[in-house]
Design a protein around this ligand. Structure first.
Ligand SMILES: Cc1cc2nc3c(=O)[nH]c(=O)nc-3n(C[C@H](O)[C@H](O)[C@H](O)COP(=O)(O)OP(=O)(O)OC[C@H]3O[C@@H](n4cnc5c(N)ncnc54)[C@H](O)[C@@H]3O)c2cc1C
Length: 368
């Protein structure tokens, strides 16, 4: 749409940075406002599903992104003793990359004069004719201003994660091992070379988790294969995160926009990370949005409506299955826990493919 001079982006996370990059690729001006003093992220891994490759390619960062990690071909569900419950090849390989470096790469492709650090923005800072993209994350103050009653959903689970440098057996290379059962999860994901990312997910109970350290984390895994302890011991850092989302049912019927402001990424559709896909959804948002904004025959309202309709059908199943999977694999009751593991061992491949196919749908703006 020709009348847009500049798009204002609030937030310099993956949604904001990739929106800026997508706009730049489409020849549209942007100004990005980030409240923090720098564009960065924790020293953790980022899983990027195969459907994002063509987007990274169009943004001309696919090859550089690949250099930040490795490809994941195999997915294994294992029990506490590393007995394989279910293994399958991903239909198309995912990428497992260093997240802080990925943010750095995105930043390096943008124009510094259009990035405003240490700058916190709200809707009131912009005029009625200015286009504002609210990419201010799961705690979005813009969303809270527009929809004060739309609340986050707490899974009552807490995640700890880090990156370990160590030599592991060949079977851990280019693969994802997810230890499930006993109301706990532990995962080891290759990141290339001798680097492996890992995470723990456990029920959130009291303040015990605030005082976490390696010894405390290892104490949850007393009857586990020794590799779990080795990976935790080799980790340089440990970062905690609460697992929250917004139940798609609670935002049903709500517009993702208000006048000239559109919510994208975690600001409107946060998901628990059980399918490692929230950032991928944000990148798809950016890609689709920039394409629509380049469309000369659509009004801003039409663009926002098409955007929401298209993204709802993609985002809602991913949020749903992430939540569902996170709940199913965390069972307090030992009998149900054993049944879930048995179910995983017996579940046919096509069911995994069917659930994962929700992630793999490619966003294509050319057909819209
Ligand atoms: C433990 C964990 C693991 C995950 N792993 C994966 C994974 O492997 N793969 C994947 O695809 N996704 C993953 N995700 C999801 C992913 O992290 C999020 O979906 C993604 O970060 C959302 O990006 P965003 O830009 O929307 O929000 P954010 O990353 O939260 O960025 C928002 C930015 O806005 C800034 N901001 C906020 N308010 C203002 C304001 N008023 N003015 C200016 N700036 C502001 C913030 O400082 C921040 O920089 C994971 C999530 C968690 C919790």
């Amino acid at each position: 749409m020709k009348q847009i001079d500049t798009v204002n982006i609030i937030g310099g996370g993956i949604a904001g940075l990739t929106t800026a990059l997508a706009l730049k690729t489409n020849g549209i001006n942007y100004e990005l406002f980030e409240q923090s003093p720098e564009i960065t992220y924790q020293n953790v891994a980022l899983g990027i599903s195969a459907n994002i490759r063509h987007i990274l390619k169009e943004w001309d960062i696919l090859e550089e992104t690949k250099q930040l990690g490795t490809e994941i071909y195999d997915f294994h569900l294992v029990d506490n003793k590393l007995n394989y419950l279910k293994s399958f090849k991903l239909p198309k390989p995912a990428l497992s990359v260093h997240r802080r470096q990925f943010h750095k790469l995105l930043y390096s492709r943008l124009d510094a004069q259009h990035i405003h650090l240490n700058t916190q923005k709200s809707i009131g800072d912009f005029g009625e004719n200015e286009v504002v993209i609210s990419a201010d994350g799961i705690n979005s103050s813009i969303r809270q201003e527009i929809y004060p009653n739309l609340k986050l959903r707490d899974s009552n689970q807490i995640l700890f994660r880090g990156i370990s440098e160590m030599v592991l057996d060949k079977k851990f290379q280019n693969s994802y091992h997810d230890f499930v059962g006993q109301n706990l999860r532990f995962a080891i994901i290759h990141m290339g070379g001798n680097y492996y990312s890992w995470y723990v997910i456990k029920e959130k109970k009291t303040f015990e988790e605030v005082l976490f350290d390696k010894a405390a984390l290892k104490s949850y895994f007393k009857n586990y294969h020794a590799i779990v302890h080795q990976v935790i011991d080799s980790s340089e850092n440990i970062y905690p995160a609460e697992l929250l989302d917004i139940d798609p049912k609670s935002r049903r019927g709500l517009e993702w926009f208000n006048k000239n402001t559109l919510l994208i990424g975690d600001a409107i559709h946060p998901t628990t990370p059980n399918m490692a896909n929230g950032a991928c959804l944000a990148m798809e948002d950016s890609y689709l949005l920039a394409g629509l904004l380049s469309h000369e025959n659509l009004t801003l309202r039409q663009i926002f409506e098409v955007f929401q309709k298209s993204r709802t059908s993609k985002v809602n199943p991913v949020v749903f299955y992430s939540w569902w999977f996170g709940k199913v694999v965390h069972q307090n009751n030992k009998i149900i826990d054993d049944l879930v593991k048995l179910g995983m061992a017996l579940t046919p491949r096509f069911l995994f493919d069917k659930i994962y196919s929700n992630v793999l749908i490619e966003t294509n703006i050319k057909n819209r």
